[in-house]
Design a protein around this ligand. Structure first.
Ligand code: TRP
Length: 334
């Protein structure tokens, strides 16, 4: 890779088909960053294991996510795209970093406490160490920029501190401290109009949905609850259909809807039809591209393995320095 402004690393758990919240929150940004940075994008399947009760769909979900990434324009020729578990050094660095990590710092993290609340019956060791594994991801590839949503801020800060502790403890600069880069994006609510769009809440609209499925989902969207009848005026400021129009509909039309909704000049059904049509037009090229990848799962795995092979070279360079700094024996003579 030619060096651009720096090296980006970001990861996402293999949650399967991505939705429009993922698209505007992460994927679109990942695509853009490729112009200015050497980018490494990782499907973090080991992280997924911390909360999965079955791994039955893990591989398929990895593929489905890769297809959405590729279809959206994440480009394996310009970037490294791979699966976390394919580069084994990450588990080694995780173990080494765990020794410079105070346990209390992990159990104090708001993200950990939230997981405990969500699932008090499965508080496994790996879950506690989740941020250590994430630090290993970032440090292993010597990324200097980590684009994430604001919810991941404590984890990136944790990674910075972990790198600092490691370098201090072993009097080295083998690892580099990453900077976070928060993505500015409007929070996309689900079709319930209340919660953040999320697969687990089943309030999402998938990128790969057909035009018919998309339209059906949009028609189910909750609008201004005070607008009961077609003749009632609506309030676009609190309507999620209107929020989404801003992402998909030309500004003049958005301005018109803004006025017409308030004086009941347009009804919710028509307003949704327009949104669905624009959404389908927006994602049509992505969906077409996706079909090509879907028809070649083996080709997709090959692409991911190729990414892993390239990532491994960077990983091994780092680990040579790490092993030396820690005082572990070198794997290669010389
Ligand atoms: N923890 C991140 C999330 O849940 C995923 C992740 C794992 C990640 N490793 C990373 C993000 C490294 C950025 C960099 O979204």
């Amino acid at each position: 890779m030619t060096s651009k402004k720096g090296r980006v690393f970001s990861g996402a758990r293999p949650t399967g088909r991505q939705h429009i919240g993922n698209y505007f929150g992460a994927i679109r940004n990942y695509v853009k960053l490729q112009d200015d940075y050497d980018c490494i994008y990782c499907i973090v399947d080991l992280h997924a294991l911390t909360t999965l009760d079955t791994t039955r769909d893990l591989r398929q979900n990895t593929l489905e996510m890769a297809w959405d990434w590729l279809a959206a324009g994440m480009d394996p020729k310009r970037s490294i795209i791979f699966v976390q578990s394919m580069v084994r050094q990450v588990t080694e660095l995780h173990t080494i970093l765990s020794m410079v990590t105070p346990l209390g710092k992990l159990t104090d993290l708001p993200t950990f406490k939230e997981k405990v609340r969500e699932n008090p019956k499965n508080i496994n060791y790996g879950l506690v160490g989740y941020p250590v594994l994430m630090s290993a991801d970032i440090a292993l590839y010597r990324a200097d920029v980590v684009p994430v949503g604001i919810d991941q801020a404590p984890h990136v800060e944790f990674a910075r501190e972990t790198v600092r502790s490691f370098n201090f403890r072993y009097n080295t600069n083998a690892l580099i401290e990453p900077k976070e880069k928060f993505t500015e994006f409007p929070k996309i609510l689900g079709i319930d109009g209340v919660n953040k769009m999320s697969k687990s809440l089943n309030n999402d609209i998938e990128l790969a949905a057909t035009a018919e499925e998309t339209t059906a989902r949009v028609m189910q969207m909750v609008t201004d609850p005070a607008r009961q009848r077609r003749s009632d005026p609506g309030n676009p400021d609190i309507c999620n259909v209107f929020s989404l129009h801003k992402m998909f509909t030309p500004p003049e039309k958005v301005a018109e809807i803004n006025i017409e909704c308030r004086r009941a000049g347009i009804g919710c059904v028509d307003c949704k039809r327009i949104l669905a049509a624009n959404m389908n037009a927006y994602f049509a090229p992505l969906r077409e591209k996706r079909r090509v990848f879907e028809n070649d799962p083996e080709g997709t795995w090959d692409m991911l393995r190729d990414g892993a092979a390239r990532a491994s070279l960077l990983a091994e360079e780092t680990m040579v320095d790490v092993r030396a700094a820690v005082g572990l024996p070198a794997l290669q003579k010389g």
